[in-house]
Design a protein around this ligand. Sequence first.
Ligand code: NAP
Length: 261
Amino acid sequence: MDSDRLKGRVALITGGSRGIGRATALKFAQEGAAVMVNYQQQAEAASEVVEQIRASGGRALALQADVGEPAAVDEMLQRSVREVGPIDILVNNAGVLYRGDLLSYKEDELDLMWRTNVKGLIHCTAAVVPSMKEKQFGRIINLSSIAALGTALAGTTFYAATKGAVLILTKRFAFELGSYGISVNAVCPGFIATDMVSQGRSSEEIQKLLGSFAAKSMLRRAGKPEDIANVICFLASNEAAFMTGQILTADGGRVDFLSHS
Ligand code: NAP
């Protein structure tokens, strides 16, 4: 049900064309925000999200930019300001995962993960902050992962390192920006059925994986993009007005973590 929790706000969702970003774009639009749907390659998927929002009477714009490229990010922001207005809410969602571990990683994949998951988040945040400072208002929500909290899942070591960086950047940016009325919080999703986790796997493998994550969760199910969109929406809303530098985990109660310390 729509409740207009984001009425009058302009939101930029990086990687809004698919998965969690897509669900967040649709949720934000339902809540009254004008939504900037960023994507890198899949223009058709981004257009579909924008069309769906417009068909329900909302405002949306598809914006192509590689978040790892500062000039492209600046250009995207300029277009957004020109056509809709300055950004009130930034969701740093664009991300990539390449599986690998210490004895089998690929240098180019390592670079792509740092470039997108970490530097992309830095570029987008730096680009939206000046206008947020002027308004003395801003909400920034970063997508980390339970991988950053130490899940016992093979092949995610370096992805986890990038998502660990997201957590400390969340706290540091919250510290730097709080006096301007800008909050910065992070969400750590558990296993969510999206392209990110299904790529390179057969449908049988995906079903098996879903079952295995359900078995490792107290709530006995894998997550849906909407489960995370709801948490992001809460952090973007006035209900979270007194929260900053916080990390919210939404993983169905996963129990497979490496160790205590
Ligand atoms: P996804 O389905 O693979 O979608 C990734 C999105 O990021 C797409 O919209 C893609 O755009 C965009 N993107 C990738 N590289 C980009 C770049 N350089 N510049 C701009 N956009 C870029 O991913 P997801 O599963 O929804 O994940 C969303 C976020 O949640 C990620 O940060 C991920 O690490 C995090 N997360 C996911 C899970 C999970 O289980 N799925 C768990 C924990 C955390 P195109 O469509 O143009 O390619």
